[in-house]
Design a protein around this ligand. Sequence first.
Ligand code: GLN
Length: 494
Amino acid sequence: MSLADKTAHELRDLLLAKEIKAAEILEAVLRRIRAVESKIHAYLTLNEEQARDEAKRIDELLAKGESLPPLAGIPIAVKDNLSTAGIRTTCASKILENYIPPYDATVVELLKKNRLILCGKTNLDEFGMGSSTENSGWFVTRNPWDPEAVPGGSSGGAAAAVSAGGTILALGSDTGGSIRLPAAYCGVVGLKPTYGRVSRYGLIAYASSLDQIGPLTKDVTDCALLLQIIAGYDRRDSTSVNYPVPDYESEMKKSVRGLRIGLVREYLAEGLSEPVRAAVANAVAVFKELGAEVVEISLPYTEYALAAYYIIASAEASSNLARYDGVRYGHRAGKEVSDAVELMLKTRREGFGAEVKRRIMVGTYVLSAGYYDAYYLKAQQVRTLIREDFKRAFQKCDLILTPTAPNTAFKIGAKTDDPLEMYLTDIYAVTANLAGIPALSIPGGFDRGMPIGIQLLGPAFQEAILLRAAYGFEQATDFHRKRPNLKLTLGISH
Ligand code: GLN
């Protein structure tokens, strides 16, 4: 087994036992990237040289007997909407084609402080707008389990890279499911933390009241270890919350016995594929076996969640994306323009892709004077009702179990002509962002060789409960241990 297929905690143990070197881990990952990239296209930018230098430094420090932070020397990839000083950051948009940030996002700073090794920047739907990574301004990322299928989106590059061993860990962002959906489709673990738990400073905004950064990893332990590094207060993000960060790894190991798990009455109805329903039923059985108590709950306003989400997200996007005017950042239309308005129009016409333009138009429309009350205000009221739905539910249970998505990864091109069909994929994901609560997707089964994700939702700042339930589930099952057979799916030997 290549080092590229191991988890971060396994590699950490091997490093501490001096059985391997950080440089060997990095070379195994870079070799894997070289083998699979022409097939899956997970990366927009690689950071080989700096990564090699950093691995060498870490090996020198370890040789001197210095004690380093727990994940020192572990390769990590970050989604290309996280600012990295001196490394191109595009949001997969032509409008930021050559943008090189002058500063690091707080999470990137924290990775560096903890001596993780940044191996590159991963592909996404332009500005995070999509569910399949087909909306990237550069290329489509493919699913390592089936290269004809999408990896999910928008953090599809990050999930595909983790799943194929093209990195050990990754960070993505989640506005309405963009960490969890690709995690589910690629058979890895993905966590959207509570709004305010992880600093958004340096995350290029899509919809600021919904965006959160979180880990994509091979198992729950890695997720806990990475969350430990990125969670915490940051005065540079005004929505960051100063709330104690527990020790996730030890919390995670507590027993599942006695936890009350809520099953949502409305969720197991129409639109859900049979194999996904079966995976949820299996998870319920596993949790019962582990001593958890299962209770039925109701989230009646979920019916309106997608409509509210796509109104609010588009409204905020139209405002956030107004800054790309050809003057201050990135792309600027050619010399032949005669005035400022034309410069702006032409720059935006050339720089933005079709989905981003659609969102800007929808967002501008719902915020316009004549329609504000009917759409934007209504959506905000629905958002409050959804938050109250959860508040009521969490009086009856400690966490909620749902599917992550109604289906497994669909084929590339299957939904590109029908945006509404694409938006429906997010049905189980968006409520967590609207309510600001944490949500975790873990591998929970397979359908004809494709991974199924199950989702756990908890009260605000209770990530530890989610990790604990997920860890218990993982101990009792082996879905998380299955990796795509790259020889079979991509025709490569590794
Ligand atoms: N698919 C959703 C959207 O397009 C969610 C994207 C995300 O979480 N960034 O808005």
